[in-house]
Design a protein. Structure first.
Length: 359
């Protein structure tokens, strides 16, 4: 794979971006978070099937996710802010001339299917946002823009070294251990579930063979407080890189979390998973996922809001837990019932449901 970069020392207007690419060429443009780039991975095999030399134009965040993808011939990387926002249209117009086809995915979800809080879409009546934004699947939209047939083919590709490490770490947890990965938080305030401690305590007391790996950014470390000395809870927030986290997710027996990159990475794998929705509807995300339990909030008038929150200014907050109301209204019992039945069926058939939960 070739890696090209926008030159930091020369004005972007004066660069040729590597010139016209060889043969039949396409550039897929996408900046954003980990989940955004994982959704992009879904169209890349189809583009290769169509005979394209495939280039992905992304930032350093996207590069970290896609850098070992076998369906990418070249990654054209730029630093965040290297081209001013007001000049991006002109920049993309110039860059597009280097390819036969240019697939623009910026704001294909943001603004289009998720309102940005500072823009007019966030002021629309919620019913209108649901009408306009709530019925289109993010992956299906990406495929339609790229003119790549379904089904989706989302995949993270670890390096050989990362795969070797993840296999070794899994082995270190014990041969008959049921390993559950919990993604603690996503990109904003509405992607944190407040009842984690209850579930962890139930899992540890009910299933002796369960170990739980908690993951997230450095801010998620606070959500691990109290479990650091419990040998069956492996707290890795802020310690594992995103690539390490995604590589190990593939070796787990179950994955739980909100709408975030970790869940996107295992969306097309047979690993059972619980996806907790916040701002999206089940028609937006999870529709095409494999072996997924899609959980939505109960009795939450603001759900789904279809707003990409950056704080609580437009997000309804639960008074008791302090988290977003949509997160607080996904009940402990709903999550527990799924986990209990799945884990019980894997070497735990003798386990009975705790008496406190028997009606």
């Amino acid at each position: 794979m070739r890696v090209s970069r926008l030159d930091k020392e020369v004005s972007w207007e004066q660069q040729d971006y590597g010139g016209k690419r060889p043969g039949k060429s396409v550039c897929v443009q996408r900046y954003g978070g980990f989940g955004d780039m994982l959704q992009v991975s879904s169209i890349l095999p189809g583009l290769k099937d169509q005979g394209f030399y495939v280039t992905v134009n992304t930032d350093t965040v996207g590069f970290d996710i896609i850098k070992n993808d076998p369906y990418v011939d070249e990654i054209f990387v730029q630093e965040h802010g290297q081209v001013e926002n007001s000049k991006l249209g002109e920049y993309w117009e110039r860059l597009s001339k280097c390819f036969d086809k240019f697939i623009m995915l910026s704001e294909s979800v943001e603004r289009t299917l998720l309102a940005l809080p500072e823009l007019r879409e966030s002021t629309w009546h919620p019913d209108f946002r649901r009408m306009v934004m709530g019925t289109v699947d993010y992956l299906e939209a990406t495929h339609a823009i790229a003119e790549v047939p379904l089904p989706p083919r989302v995949r993270f590709y670890p390096t050989d070294e990362e795969r070797k490490w993840s296999n070794g770490f899994r082995k270190s947890l014990g041969k008959n251990t049921f390993v559950l990965m919990w993604a603690l938080s996503g990109s904003s305030v509405h992607k944190t579930w407040p009842y984690l401690d209850i579930i962890i305590a139930r899992l540890l007391s009910t299933f002796p063979n369960v170990k739980i790996v908690t993951c997230g950014d450095s801010l998620s470390k606070v959500l691990e407080c109290g479990w650091e000395k419990e040998s069956r809870v492996i707290t890795k927030s802020g310690e594992w890189s995103i690539r390490k986290t995604l590589a190990f997710a593939e070796r787990c027996d179950f994955v739980v979390g909100p709408e975030t990159g970790i869940l996107n990475a295992v969306s097309m794998l047979s690993i059972p998973k619980i996806l907790m929705l916040s701002h999206s509807s089940p028609m937006n995300i999870g529709k095409n996922w494999i072996n997924a339990f899609i959980l939505t909030p109960e009795k939450t008038p603001c759900y789904p809001c279809h707003i990409l929150h950056r704080g609580f200014d437009l997000c309804c907050r639960d008074d008791i837990t302090g988290t977003a109301m949509c997160a607080a209204n996904i009940s402990v019992e709903k999550v527990w019932n799924i986990l209990f039945e799945k884990i019980k069926g894997v070497g735990n058939e003798h386990v009975s449901r705790p008496m406190s939960e028997v009606s």
